[in-house]
Ligand binder design. Structure first.
Ligand SMILES: Cc1cc2nc3c(=O)[nH]c(=O)nc-3n(C[C@H](O)[C@H](O)[C@H](O)COP(=O)(O)OP(=O)(O)OC[C@H]3O[C@@H](n4cnc5c(N)ncnc54)[C@H](O)[C@@H]3O)c2cc1C
Ligand code: FES
Length: 509
């Protein structure tokens, strides 16, 4: 997260020539201490905060799409008219200012409180909404319900002991020691009280009764619902190896997991990371930031080749090697001991800290027990409703009919989970909205961000614009000439343009 810098550029209260703001263009100036973005679409001029409410991304380096602006860093989208946060990962609006055009100049006037567009509440909204899960999807659903001025009760049940957190940070800045713990909760405790969200932590839901419309808690308590959202996320896989349950062997999903790794790292000299996945490698980078020697053991030939292709895989490997990470690829662990990890190839690696980043399994047990349709994920329709009327699902567990690929897919992306939580919230209120967002995720390796839009499980062509090794590229994954997905490094506008193009391309499922 960037710190607030002193605003630069023209004083917008004094006016800037209209000709300085090209049609479809943006300009940054300031109003007092506030950095303000002026954007022009045809005859209309808008003024909003210059920085994204997620991690402070510079909106002027993003993309204008109609009367909205998208952030270059993680593709949040804001209304230029109201400042409303239209797409996650932004969960808060940005400020707006009134604008006056006079004598060929644009003057920015008064700051206006951002207010979401009032959408009429459907007749007979449900009285009681229960959300199982206090993660990305669950939180985004609750926030959207209150943003829609939903007046009924919201109970959020989470078996975590922490209120919803910024999970992606747990393998990045927080683990590296660059983000204090205060940055990690998505909201302070007061938010839940002030917004009438009955957040119950350490509340494990053991069963759902779709007929009686109630969920049962581990302590025997029952919570009735009119609409239910299942957003139970995924569980990290722990390899079944001798020694896998030793105290210095960790997985990473929760704030408690990340904090436990930090505690262990304080006295560790050598770590073995098992798995060259996004999480495994982000952990490797964070442990290097803590000056720990890091060895990565993984069965594949190249890290992330299955998702990003060989050239991006080579780049990711070289980024980590430049920082001193030592790879043991095409190998796997066979046993873990107190001070070492034994490898299939016959060798062993000394380690006083081991982190397994070998993938996750969607938490489907509850849904399965309740008789909901499962097919490598909890099957939902286009409105994210399961086969049990009134029960919706979102996030890592949900397998939805994706209108862009024409297939039912399930992904494990932060922004998708939030978007699905929001769509499910609207649909629990009866809005009947199809989920048609283009999947997006990002990953950070030291100072190099990788953004990925779309969804490609396989491809017959990889088209590279720019230079992968030079860390300046947009890589398209194509099938039959059609771009299914695009990965980018430092080509943020091209990534946003690819996203917009994919949004417009729908195929029937
Ligand atoms: C360390 C880490 C880094 C990541 N980085 C990125 C990234 O950079 N970019 C990206 O796109 N994605 C990233 N992801 C993936 C992203 O965080 C997930 O896709 C997202 O959190 C999924 O949201 P969710 O709401 O489905 O599940 P979660 O956020 O996991 O939330 C699930 C919630 O359900 C609760 N729960 C589960 N079972 C029960 C039960 N029976 N009763 C009560 N509560 C229950 C859990 O306690 C939890 O609160 C990362 C994940 C991790 C772990
Ligand atoms: S900083 Fe804008 S979306 Fe993350």
């Amino acid at each position: 997260m960037a710190a607030d810098a002193k605003p630069t550029g023209p004083d917008l209260t004094q006016g800037v020539p209209l000709s300085d703001v090209a049609d479809g263009g943006m300009l940054v100036g300031h109003v007092g201490d506030d950095a303000v973005l002026v954007a022009r679409q045809g005859k209309e001029i808008f003024a909003v905060a210059a920085h994204c409410s997620h991690y402070h991304g510079p909106l002027a380096e993003g993309l204008l799409v109609g009367d909205s602006v998208r952030c270059p860093w993680h593709h949040a989208c804001f209304s230029l008219r109201t400042g409303e946060h239209l797409h996650p990962p932004a969960l808060s609006p940005i400020d707006c200012w009134s604008v006056e055009q006079r004598d060929g100049k644009v003057f920015v006037k008064d700051k206006q409180a951002a207010k979401p567009l009032a959408r009429p509440m459907p007749a007979n909204p449900p009285g009681r909404i229960v959300i199982v899960g206090g993660g990305a999807a669950g939180f985004a659903a609750a926030e959207m319900l209150r943003r829609q001025d939903y007046k009924g009760s919201i109970v959020m049940l989470s078996n975590d002991d922490a209120a919803p957190v910024d999970r992606p940070n747990l393998s990045k800045d927080y683990l590296a020691g660059n983000a204090p713990q205060e940055w990690i909760p998505l909201r302070g405790d007061d938010y839940y009280k002030d917004n009438g969200i009955d957040l119950r932590l350490k509340a494990n839901v053991g069963a759902i009764d779709p007929r009686a419309k109630e969920v049962s808690l581990g302590d025997g308590g029952k919570v009735p619902y009119d609409r239910l959202l299942l957003a139970t996320g995924a569980e990290p896989v722990r390899l079944q190896l001798p020694g896998a349950d030793l105290p210095h062997v960790h997985t990473l999903r929760s704030l408690a997991d990340s904090t436990a790794i930090i505690e262990r790292a304080k006295n560790a000299k050598r770590a073995v990371v098992i798995g060259a996945s996004f999480i495994g490698l982000e952990v490797a980078a964070s442990l290097r930031a803590r000056k720990i020697e890091v060895h990565v053991v993984a069965p594949e030939k190249r890290p992330m080749e299955r998702i990003l292709g060989p050239a991006m895989g080579d780049l990711v490997r070289s980024l980590h090697e430049e920082k001193g990470v030592i790879f043991h690829l095409e190998d796997s662990p066979v046993a873990i001991e107190a001070k070492q990890v034994k490898l299939k190839s016959g060798g062993s690696l000394e380690a006083d800290l081991v982190v397994m980043g070998v993938g996750v399994r969607p938490r489907l047990a509850l849904a399965e027990k309740a008789g909901l349709t499962i097919d490598k994920g909890l099957v939902v329709d286009a409105r994210l409703e399961t086969n049990a009327p009134g029960i919706f699902a979102a996030g890592d567990i949900a397998k939805w009919p994706d209108p862009h690929t024409g297939h039912a897919i399930r992904v494990e992306h932060w922004v998708v989970a939030e978007q699905q939580g929001q769509t499910a919230a609207l649909n629990m209120l009866g809005r009947g909205q199809a989920f048609d967002a283009v999947p997006f995720f990002w990953s950070q390796h030291y100072d190099v961000p990788i953004n990925y839009v779309g969804h490609a499980e396989k491809w017959d062509e990889i088209a590279v614009e720019g230079d992968i090794a030079g860390k300046d590229c947009l890589v398209r994954y194509k099938q039959g000439g059609r771009t299914l997905a695009a990965a980018s490094i430092y080509r943020d506008v091209a990534s946003l343009q690819a996203e917009v193009a994919m949004e417009r391309e729908l195929v029937s499922s």
